[in-house]
Design a protein. Structure first.
Length: 391
């Protein structure tokens, strides 16, 4: 499919024999991205588990998109997970919606999973949305407030949650004034943990366990079983080290180099991750008002780096989750709405929730984030949206 003439985008392509649908899809994206043509092209491809697969490529508000349609005897969206360059992976899809006119609040239901649901995987930075939930619970209890000063001068809890405090990726002095740049900060989440400990009188692990994990039924999720002592953000505590995701160049892999509890310390199975995603989709621990605030852009218009994907003039984040907005390239699909929010981690973990589509997807893998994920995750996301969207 390389070197296609522009006029070929109008015609139905001949049958291609392919054994790797993700690779095929990626090659189509590259070809389309280098063309100014916005016309429709249909590819018919053989796959190992399907007689035919049809991909209709077209333009969208976020760049190149495609509709994926599988015949009834063909592969489903989650069959793509079997093509990933990993030894083990587990992925699930959640549908979010209302059943019946009398139901005032939405419900979330897991509709399909693949891979081991009970195997523990490292979550890496997908720990941060758990920490954020603990902080939001503490705010609703009156232990904390979003405007409580925390971190460098001028910074608050709100700034720390939204990576807008000016703190760098790792322990050290601030790199910018608050509310001027979006700097992805592991250290900022260590500061959040310390403030929570000081104000609650509980250890961070105990607060998260009793305030978030147990209420959500996440009984198999644990803090890093290979490390007994949490890293402190306070003077004299251990210093998170390693690469600097906030300063990553476009295409550079993200780093969860701190092994701190608050930034990247959790391990858990897919079943527990889906419980976390359900809470972020349909909250029970926090109020609808707190949830709406958390998934809205905090400090709009800040420039910054999305680790692994490059710099953006508008690097949107909420309070604990990244918001897709108009970022491109991105780790979700081009069919995801701008309102999509979620998080991913260096360990090969991710989840996204698209409130417009009423769908969510989450996954864990035994291979660290890298080029394989930046190609596979968007393709999976678009297939999930095409295969599970209702109406």
């Amino acid at each position: 499919m390389d070197g296609l003439a522009q006029e070929d985008w109008d015609a139905e392509a001949p049958l291609e024999r392919m054994t790797h649908p993700v690779e095929a899809l990626t090659r189509v994206r590259v070809a389309k991205a280098t063309s100014t043509v916005s016309r429709r092209w249909v590819i018919r491809a053989r796959t190992p588990s399907a007689e035919f697969r049809h991909i209709a490529v077209h333009s969208s508000h976020r760049g190149i998109s495609h509709d994926v349609i599988y015949d009834r005897n063909g592969m489903g969206a989650l069959d793509l997970v079997g093509t990933w360059a990993v030894d083990a992976a587990a992925v699930g899809v959640i549908r979010i919606g209302r059943e019946g006119a009398e139901r005032s609040s939405p419900e979330a239901e897991t509709v399909e999973v693949v891979g081991p649901q009970d195997r523990l995987f490292p979550w890496a930075s997908v720990t941060k949305p758990v920490t954020a939930l603990a902080v939001l619970v503490a705010i609703e209890e009156g232990t904390l407030s979003l405007d409580l000063p925390a971190g460098p001068p001028g910074s608050t809890i709100r700034h720390l949650l939204a990576h807008a405090s000016g703190l760098g990726p790792d322990r050290g002095p601030p790199l910018a004034k608050p509310r001027t740049r979006r700097i992805y900060s592991n250290f900022g989440y260590d500061v959040l943990a310390d403030v929570l400990v000081q104000r609650s009188g509980m250890s961070f692990r105990d607060y998260v366990t009793h305030g978030v994990l147990h209420p959500l039924g996440m009984s198999d999720t644990v803090f890093d079983p290979g490390r007994n002592q949490p890293v402190s953000a306070s003077p004299g505590g251990g210093s998170p080290g390693g690469a600097s995701p906030g300063g990553a160049s476009p295409g550079e892999a993200m780093s969860d180099a701190t092994s701190s509890d608050a930034a990247s310390g959790l391990w858990g199975p897919l079943s527990d991750l889906l419980a976390l995603v359900t809470e972020w989709a349909v909250p029970k621990l926090i109020s609808p008002e707190s949830h709406a605030l958390a998934i809205s852009v905090a400090f709009p218009g800040l420039p910054g780096v999305l680790p692994g994907f490059g710099r953006f003039d508008r690097c949107d984040w909420g309070l604990g989750v990244e918001i897709c907005g108009d970022k491109q390239p991105h780790w979700t699909g081009v069919s995801n709405s701008p309102a999509t929010f979620g998080h991913f981690g260096r360990s090969g973990s991710f989840f996204w929730i698209d409130p417009t589509a009423g769908l969510a997807c989450a996954g864990l893998a035994d291979r660290a984030f890298g080029p394989w994920a930046s190609a596979a995750w968007p393709a999976l996301s678009d297939a999930v949206l095409a295969g599970f969207r209702v109406g």
